[in-house]
Design a protein around this ligand. Structure first.
Ligand code: FUB
Length: 344
């Protein structure tokens, strides 16, 4: 039979065509930030739970309470769950919602960076410290001064400097900070104005704060014009990641409501970054989020989808697939279900 997908329901067809299996199924995990430390892959995911909160555009249904760190010695090897690494009840300034975290390593200490709503329900970014990559992590008493919004991504440049990329619109509240100070009514730009940008800041020497005021990251088209707010298939929404390949800086991100992972390249950590294309076409589930690492001379994309939960948007599972470059440095688009695609 030529096309047996017609015989089963569309969700099952997507699942059976998936190019990767979930890395773990005993807990729900999302937003994987992967790093290679001491020859092992450490993954810092969100830990999704069903808190029984109805879905809305603010993302209230993503009511996560703790983090687990996962690790593995090889890409297809056994995955170790190191247990609770940080819990919301141990963070003095906590309100609610531990969203996408990332980690960094300097001078034998490990730093976990996490977004969390404070007691005023405003997203800030906190930091917690450990002697071990898997934690447990001890949180600093206050969020990072000058931090806002969500989705911190930590990037160590070749000169040893660390940078944090961050931000996310809609429920990530970035629109409320666009003009430099907090405005709860959060105006969005008009369709023909530049899209709301993510931000980047160099970290201080002690890794516990910013060494500078965060700067907007501009993503431009090939003519050098900033991507517009109306350009929802290409503009930034959330989920920053930065990696370097052949001395080029690759800034990648999610387009949110159009469900793509895209990337743009530049010549320095601050940009501007020139839009290049799509890394991952839509997955099952509303959100898409990722990290990119090199391990044993191959490149990998860590991402998530909602196959295990039967499509429940707030219950995701992380996966990994090989990522390939073309000779000109562009990235080959990955289709998570082969020739099939969820319809939005
Ligand atoms: O996990 C909660 C939020 O969903 C993340 O912070 C976003 O990037 C999206 O994946």
């Amino acid at each position: 039979m030529e096309n047996n997908h017609a015989l089963i329901n569309p969700f099952e067809a997507l699942v059976s065509n998936a190019i990767a299996r979930p890395l773990v199924e005993h807990i729900y995990t999302a937003d994987p930030a992967a790093h290679v430390w001491n020859g092992r892959i450490y993954i810092y995911p969100s830990h999704d739970i069903d808190a029984g909160i109805p879905e809305n555009d603010n993302g209230d249904h993503f009511d996560m309470r703790d983090y687990h760190v996962l690790s593995m010695a090889s890409i297809d090897g056994e995955v170790t769950d190191h247990g609770v690494a940080l819990s919301v009840k141990d963070i003095p300034w906590a309100g609610r919602q531990l969203w996408d975290s990332d980690a960094a390593n300097k001078n034998g200490k490990y730093y976990l960076y996490f977004p969390l709503k404070d007691k005023e329900d405003i997203f800030r970014i906190g930091v917690a410290v450990s002697d071990r990559p898997e934690g447990p992590f001890t949180p600093e008493p206050e969020p990072i001064k000058g931090s806002f919004s969500i989705d911190p991504c930590l990037f160590k440049d070749s000169d040893g400097e660390h940078y944090m990329y961050f931000g996310g619109i809609w429920g990530g509240q970035l629109q409320r900070w666009y003009k430099g100070k907090y405005d709860p009514t959060g105006p969005f730009p008009n369709a023909n104005e530049p899209a709301i940008p993510p931000f980047v800041a160099k970290l201080s020497d002690n890794m516990l704060g910013f060494a500078e005021t965060p700067k907007a990251v501009t993503i431009v088209d090939r003519a050098g014009n900033p991507l517009l707010a109306s350009d929802e298939e290409r503009r930034f929404f959330e989920a920053s990641w930065m990696h370097k390949h052949n001395d080029k800086y690759y800034y990648s991100y999610s387009t949110g409501n159009t469900h793509f992972l895209c990337y743009a390249t530049g010549n320095n950590p601050y940009g501007p970054f020139i839009y290049q294309g799509k890394i991952l076409t839509p997955v099952i589930g509303w959100t898409t989020h990722h990290s990119i690492i090199e391990f044993n001379n191959k490149w990998y994309l860590f991402y998530h989808d909602c196959t295990v939960s039967g499509g429940k948007t707030h219950l995701r599972s992380i996966k990994v697939s090989e990522l390939k470059y073309n000779d000109d440095g562009t990235i080959q688009t990955i289709h998570p279900y082969g020739d099939l695609s969820p319809v939005w």
